[in-house]
Design a binder for this molecule. Structure first.
Ligand code: SAM
Ligand code: SF4
Ligand code: SF4
Length: 340
């Protein structure tokens, strides 16, 4: 089954946030120390997530990414993976993690049936990591990345948010680190979403700039030509190394966007920038049938006209999407709540 939105984009990709909590405080995502957390009793149980996943899969979703907050903080996460992995329509089951708890959990995640892991890694320097995340756990992240190949994971990705004056001088080093990990590095343009309350356009290092830096080090860079709705444009270095750039800020890819997001408490968002979502926890807990839930999801998706990043790009004066007072009133607007 396939359902299309108003621009003919199918629903294929679901990012599920399993917790809003995090053990880092990245400056571009959670600049405050304290947050208003989602009430525990409102967090979806694994069986509820699994039931909702069935509804989404009936409607065409075949790629699932678990995220957060920090997904490895969710107790007994492998049990959720064991519920999701056997679903017949599932083509891709991945996780995005900051890697801090990966060393201890990699084997259990693999054994549970997780397909792939993406680790967020913004810097190779412990002092920078401490300044950027306000935690001292850089060595754990690197050990966690090291554990992935040992327990049998392939297709690992490393996601780096590139910020001017913070880490743009490390993109060559990160490519070299990726070669030996082994992992495909993806550079993400700094976005003005959710908790990025200190964002400003002059801190954004554009895809064009990143490619220039890499070309001056490696020589000619070829685009990898492929038909995909993945957000990253992929490129190949002369030695065959492939890397990606996610240019959400300067060259957004809304036209092909088949992604939506489910928060840990069951609110479904049609776009990373959407200010309103649809509560699915309520209907699930009131005993809605699979057909009723499918009707709700279908109705919303068919009405979808979101092109958040493109609309942001069209603005002349661009400031952070949401101001801090508003984030405090509605934590659903936070990136760590809706999942990046
Ligand atoms: N905690 C996990 C992690 O960091 O990998 C998963 C959740 S995190 C919100 C998902 C991704 O969003 C991370 O790769 C993070 O770097 C990215 N992200 C968060 N805020 C961002 C921003 N303002 N601009 C670009 N990417 C951002
Ligand atoms: Fe950093 Fe991810 Fe935590 Fe946000 S959710 S503070 S990006 S580790
Ligand atoms: Fe999709 Fe919204 Fe991101 Fe555009 S801004 S790519 S529509 S999630």
């Amino acid at each position: 089954m396939r359902i299309d939105d108003r621009y003919g984009r199918p629903l294929r990709n679901l990012r599920i946030s399993v917790t809003d909590r995090c053990n880092l405080r990245c400056q571009y995502c959670m600049p405050e120390e304290e947050y208003v957390w989602l009430p525990r009793e409102e967090i979806l149980h694994f069986e509820e997530i699994s039931a909702l996943t069935d509804v989404f899969m009936d409607l065409g979703v075949d790629k699932i990414r678990l995220t957060g907050g920090e997904p490895l903080l969710r107790r007994d996460l492998p049990r959720l993976i064991r519920l999701l992995a056997p679903k017949p329509r599932l083509r891709d089951l991945a996780i995005t993690t900051n890697g801090v708890l990966l060393l201890e959990q990699a084997r259990a995640l693999k054994d549970a049936g997780l397909h792939r892991v993406t680790v967020s890694l913004d810097t190779l320097r412990p002092d920078r990591f401490a300044a950027l995340t306000r935690r001292q756990t850089h060595a754990q992240v690197l050990e966690g990345i090291g554990a992935l190949a040992r327990v049998g994971f392939a297709g690992t990705k490393l996601d780096t948010v590139v910020i001017r004056g913070v880490n743009e001088d490390e993109i060559v080093d990160l490519i070299e680190f990726g070669k030996q990990a082994p992992a495909e590095v993806r550079f993400i343009e700094y976005m003005d979403v959710g908790g990025a309350t200190r964002w400003s356009m002059d801190q954004v290092v554009s895809r064009v700039e990143m490619l220039k830096i890499l070309e001056s080090r490696y020589g000619r860079i070829e685009p990898v030509l492929e038909e995909t709705t993945a957000p990253a444009d992929r490129y190949r270095l002369p030695d065959g190394t492939v890397f990606g750039v996610i240019s959400s800020t300067t060259a957004p890819f809304c036209a092909a966007c088949d992604r939506s997001r489910l928060t840990a408490d069951g609110v479904w968002y049609l776009c990373l920038y959407a200010l309103q979502g649809t509560d699915l926890r309520g209907p699930v807990r009131r005993g809605a049938t699979r057909e009723e839930l499918a009707g709700l999801v279908t109705g919303r998706w068919r009405e979808r006209a979101d092109r958040g990043a493109e609309q942001r790009l069209a603005l002349r004066e661009r400031t952070p999407l949401v101001q801090i007072a508003r984030l405090k009133e509605d934590p659903h607007l936070e990136m760590h709540t809706r999942g990046g």
